[in-house]
Design a protein around this ligand. Structure first.
Ligand code: MG
Length: 407
């Protein structure tokens, strides 16, 4: 799945540092795996950097204990994104040594492919809000200079304090910059500088520019972005969530499905098998509730319909259990960085009655949609003996889904 398919198309490798153990954000997970708007921070960051087609391959550096967490993140990327990732490597004791591990892995890859990387970007996984503009400046810097870093002016006055908390002096603010990632370097120069630093026993330089400075290179700056924050503290996560929520747009999708009765002894409704004096004619299990719901979810994404993704002509869907269709559509929402917030469903038929199975069906829908049952409307109506449902010729269902999508 994590195959790196085309080394020549994208030629600016990026080392993504995701090996930290930072728990300052409070929750048990390292911050790069903490969930923000339903998606781990690392997934947000990967999607952000992969938006720039010039960047790749991406070499993630992770902590060996986090392999399963990392894999779960990669599974949330689309195939095109996955194909631009190299297999992750394990980080070192410090950030400095982790970047070195990523660079060494890229170098091995380059040698194996008889290929040279001219430049490289290094980015922190905890900076999930890297913008396309900032990436563009970093890519340009990577092609033009041997070492360049994004920087923003400092607005707070900075002071030195002693151990007792007493002010020992005031910094000259005009000459200070807060420095971010992605940082851009000549590949060979950065790898060399890291090897030198490690060989001299240095391990705790906090950014790669410092490694280059120590090796005697001139480091230049380009415009950073005040929104490109490093998610570190609990407040950072709260503010980030509020900002993302405000930037999401609500969309709705509508779904409708019908199946005709035929001979049989059960029907499937909302993922629950219900004994009945008839069955339904269908290629799959004929679950009108789950089919209407799937189409509502796909409709919210403007992403075709159930028949397009699971053609009835395809033998593999014969008798298929319909929960996989819903799961597929929910995954598509997450892949787009979206969030399902509410669904409402109406079943239309004379029989069977929904009531006795309502709680069980709600449980299935809750699990499939990742929603509490308070966010799932589930209703039934007859059509007063009129029309095909009224005459008992079949079942129909309508569904509507509300989804938040990034702008
Ligand atoms: Mg159907």
């Amino acid at each position: 799945m994590m195959t790196y398919e085309n080394p020549s198309r994208a030629s600016l490798p990026l080392v993504l540092v995701a090996a930290g153990r930072g728990h300052r954000a409070g929750e048990g997970l390292p911050k790069q795996y903490r969930v923000l708007m339903g998606v781990p921070v690392l997934v947000h960051t990967l999607r952000a950097v992969l938006r720039d087609e010039r960047i790749g391959p991406v070499q993630c550096v992770i902590h060996p204990d986090d392999l399963a967490l990392y894999q779960a993140c990669i599974d949330q990327l689309d195939h095109a994104g996955q194909s631009r990732l190299l297999p992750a490597v394990s980080g070192g004791q410090t950030r400095q040594l982790s970047v070195k591990a990523g660079l060494e892995a890229l170098q091995i890859r380059a040698e194996a492919e008889d290929h040279l990387f001219q430049s490289v970007l290094v980015h922190d996984a905890a900076r999930a809000f890297v913008s396309t503009g900032l990436l563009d400046r970093a890519v340009t810097a990577a092609h033009e200079t041997i070492a360049a870093i994004p920087a923003v002016a400092v607005t707070d006055t900075l002071k030195w304090v002693d151990e007792t908390g007493r002010v020992g002096g005031t910094a000259e603010r005009a000459r200070l910059r807060a420095v971010q990632t992605p940082q851009a370097f000549g590949f060979a120069a950065l790898l060399d500088a890291h090897r030198q630093a490690a060989a001299s026993g240095q391990a705790d330089l906090t950014d790669d520019a410092a490694v280059m400075e120590q090796a005697g290179y001139v480091v230049s700056i380009f415009a950073g972005d005040p929104h490109n924050i490093k998610l570190t503290l609990e407040e950072d996560f709260r503010m980030a969530e509020a900002k993302m929520q405000a930037a999401m747009i609500p969309v709705t999708g509508l779904g409708y499905d019908v199946h005709a009765f035929t001979t049989g002894d059960h029907v499937w409704l909302g993922g629950v098998k219900i004994a009945h004096d008839r069955g339904v004619r269908a290629h799959s299990d004929g679950d009108v509730i789950l089919h209407a719901l799937t189409d509502a979810l796909l409709g919210a994404l403007a992403d075709g319909d159930i028949g397009q993704h699971f053609p009835p002509s395809d033998e593999q869907w014969r008798g298929a259990s319909s929960d996989r269709f819903v799961q597929f559509a929910v995954d598509r929402i997450h892949q787009r960085g979206g969030r399902l917030v509410h669904v409402d469903i109406t079943l239309v038929c004379e029989t069977p009655r929904l009531g006795p199975h309502r709680t069980e069906i709600l449980g299935v829908l809750s699990r499939l949609c990742g929603l509490p049952t308070t966010k799932i409307g589930l209703k039934a109506t007859t059509s007063e003996k009129m029309g095909f449902t009224g005459r008992g010729e079949g079942l129909a269902a309508q569904a509507i889904a509300t989804v938040l999508l990034p702008d």
